[in-house]
Design a protein around this ligand. Structure first.
Ligand SMILES: Cc1ncc(C[n+]2csc(CCOP(=O)(O)OP(=O)(O)O)c2C)c(N)n1
Ligand SMILES: [Mg+2]
Length: 402
């Protein structure tokens, strides 16, 4: 798929990657000053993956970030002050200071589901959101990210299988950053390309250079539009590198120095800077202007965070249970009757023609006639039917009530 970007949009991608990096550099300084309340995870080296994939989403689409997706949050409209106040547990934070790390979202405006720390659990959740969008008649796509290690969890497999079986408009981005804590990919999965995980669910996949933001964006855009058009879920493996330890407490001494050197030479921001400069979209003056803008924005938002109070103690017992503080309403964009019986009792979207035969081929003969009708797959019933040589009386599929 050919994707063209205007020079302004090229520069916007650059701005978001730079903002992502400079914001996180500032957070490391805050961590060392003991101003970050929870853990601090770095996405250094992974900015192109986060920004390039989220940039392919439209405002109506939904996403659920993980710990290394601050870039995606910025693209979806969160401001540095949201990230600062959240990590500094200030009362002005999206969670009002209750969470000292990245567990926040915005269901109403930005369509962002809060991260779930249990790896893999966001896959079935986002599959559910994708399906809900379909029921409601909204042409949305849901996207989430998962690490190489996270793809080995049961929840990941169950969620991907559900998404595939239901043809959910869902894009799953596997951030293959070579490490899951201190475990290298080769020690936890016998695959060279994690994109091959998709074969198990019969869905398409891509493997992309995760340090090339334009390649990431093109692949993500294509995947999002394919999912939106009804092709079902798509998996994208983005090959990149975690350039720091798992979190601030981890010096990553187990990573070979040569490996860091290899990936440092492929730094996503420096690579993109080169592309923009060679194509005359960025010169020294424009670069300095973007840097100055980011420094200004970060300074202003950090001041806001530092000036914000910590939450009052009584907040601890507030908002734990819903006491009518919000209403959950479905926003239908299609007639409700369409999703209720009898209209909802439709033929399956697609049928596996060869199902039923012992070797995977279409069954034949009398037993096959019984197996081909609903309920005929039951072995004992099929045998009985064939003895009497009379097909079982079952309602036609379109009349079956669920
Ligand atoms: C189900 C589950 N098991 C274990 C953990 C603990 N844990 C948190 S992050 C992590 C490593 C994740 O590695 P990966 O999925 O590759 O993501 P990365 O940190 O590299 O982005 C582990 C084991 C968890 N959060 N959830
Ligand atoms: Mg990893």
């Amino acid at each position: 798929m050919k994707v063209s970007l205007t020079p302004e949009l090229h520069l916007e991608l650059y701005y978001y990657m730079k903002l992502n990096r400079m914001l996180e550099e500032q957070m490391v300084r805050l961590f060392r000053q003991n101003k970050i309340v929870g853990g601090l995870y770095s996405s250094l080296g992974q900015e192109a993956t986060s920004v390039g994939t989220a940039y392919a989403l439209e405002a109506r689409d939904w996403m659920a970030p993980m710990i290394r997706n601050i870039g995606a949050l910025l693209v979806k409209g969160f401001r540095p002050r949201d990230i600062f106040t959240q990590h500094m547990a200030r009362h002005t934070a999206p969670t009002l200071g209750k969470d000292g790390t990245s567990h926040f979202g915005d269901l109403k405006v930005r369509h962002v589901v809060s991260p779930i720390s249990m790896l893999g659990d966001l896959i079935p959740v986002m599959t559910g959101i994708a399906l809900a969008g379909r029921y409601l008649g909204q042409k949305i796509v849901a996207m989430t990210w998962i690490g190489d290690g996270g793809t080995s969890t049961g929840a990941f497999h169950e969620g991907m299988n559900l998404a595939a079986a239901q043809k959910a408009p869902f894009v799953c981005v596997v951030e293959n950053n070579q490490w899951a804590y201190s475990t290298p990919v080769r020690c936890q999965v016998p695959l060279r390309n994690l994109a091959d995980r998709a074969k198990a669910y019969g869905i398409p996949s891509y493997s992309v250079d995760g340090n090339d933001v334009l390649a990431v964006y093109r692949v993500a855009k294509e995947a999002v539009e394919r999912a939106r058009s009804g092709e079902g879920p798509i998996l994208i493996e983005s090959k990149t590198m975690r350039m720091r330890g798992h979190a601030q407490h981890d010096p990553a001494e187990y990573v070979p120095k040569e490996m860091f050197a290899y990936w440092k030479a492929r730094d996503p921001i420096e690579r993109y800077q080169k592309v923009l400069t060679e194509n005359r979209m960025l010169d020294a003056k424009a670069r300095a202007e973007i840097d100055a803008r980011i420094e200004r924005e970060l300074k202003e938002d950090l001041e806001f965070a530092e000036d914000s109070p910590f939450p009052p103690p009584e907040l601890a017992e507030q908002g734990v249970y819903c006491e009518g503080c919000h209403t959950i309403e479905t926003i239908w964009e299609r007639p409700i009757e369409e999703v209720l019986p009898p209209k909802s009792c439709v033929e399956p979207v697609w049928k596996v023609e060869s199902f039923g035969g012992p070797d995977g081929a279409a069954p034949s003969g009398k037993r096959a006639a019984a197996a081909a009708v609903p309920g005929g797959g039951n072995h004992r019933r099929a045998q009985k039917t064939s003895r009497k040589a009379k097909p079982a009386k079952v309602p036609a599929p379109s009349k079956v009530r669920r």
